[in-house]
Design a binder for this molecule. Structure first.
Ligand code: FPP
Length: 258
């Protein structure tokens, strides 16, 4: 079995459907979604997960109705206020990725304060992706690298995955996600961590985010731990020892090797 994932990323999807199926306003779904955030952050901390990245608001979410956007912003501010003490008491460092300068001041200010206050906390990183888009993050990194080249600090031939990766905003987290969970049965990445998820194990849950509980995260981790991560290498990392070429591979290994 694999060890527990160090870095878990979650696309928290299905708040709207959760509410609509109950005849409630969409914002009620987000409110219950914020409760699920609390539960899952606590659970990750308890499990000793090193980093948790949550897709809380995408760059594309700005196009939602104003009342929904405003309601989400108020929920974010409330989250910072109500979770402040618990985050500090549990050694959690809050970081954000995304175009957070687009967030209204009443959210940005408390977020920045908590990020500053928690900067030395070392037990877990809680990363909120806010006004985030992976393509935007990659384009921003390309601009930074191009500026370095233009200023003579870097030669084009020195650009490699390492230098490019460290120009990404999310490089504050030293580990790529091991496990990415998406709730609500949708099978897409939706512009989330496209660079970082190159070798991430994916897990899709049918549950809508407000219904997602600690036991559901346990099931995702359990599924992850049973997988064989090869990072493009051969099964188990010892192809020769299998002997007998393709015939000696199990059906699962044959499928995985394709
Ligand atoms: C997707 O559901 C969810 C979001 C766009 C927002 C996620 C926000 C929260 C969970 C609450 C606030 C966050 C924090 C960190 C306190 P959807 O509205 O797209 O659902 P649908 O696909 O069913 O319409």
């Amino acid at each position: 079995l694999l060890p527990n994932p160090k870095h878990i990323a979650i696309i928290m999807d299905g708040n709207g459907r959760w509410a609509e199926s109950r005849g409630l306003p969409r914002l009620e779904g987000h409110r219950r979604g914020a409760d699920a955030v609390r539960t899952i952050v606590r659970h990750c901390r308890k499990l000793g997960v090193s980093a948790l990245t949550l897709y809380a608001f995408s760059e594309q979410n700005w196009s939602r109705p104003h009342t929904e956007v405003f309601g989400l912003m108020k929920l974010l501010r409330r989250f910072v206020q109500t979770e402040w003490d618990e985050i500090m008491d549990n050694g959690i460092r809050l970081v954000t990725i995304g175009h957070t300068e687009r967030l209204p001041r009443f959210v940005r200010a408390p977020l920045d304060s908590l990020a500053r206050a928690s900067v030395a906390n070392q037990d877990m990183i809680l990363c909120l992706a806010l006004s985030y888009g992976a393509r935007e993050e990659i384009v921003d990194a390309a601009k930074r690298v191009a500026a370095d080249v233009l200023a003579g600090r870097l030669l084009p031939q020195q650009i490699d995955e390492q230098t490019f990766g460290s120009a990404l905003q999310s490089s504050v987290i030293p580990w790529e996600p091991d496990l990415l969970v998406r709730t609500s049965g949708e099978l897409r990445l939706s512009n989330f961590l496209l660079w970082q998820a190159a070798y991430t194990e994916l897990y899709f849950s049918e549950k809508l985010w407000p219904d997602f509980e600690a036991a559901d995260l346990d099931a995702a981790i359990e599924s992850y731990r049973r997988r064989d991560r090869r990072f493009g290498a051969v099964p188990g990392g010892h192809r020769e020892e299998l002997g007998g070429g393709a015939e000696a591979l199990t059906e699962r290994e044959r499928v995985q090797a394709c």
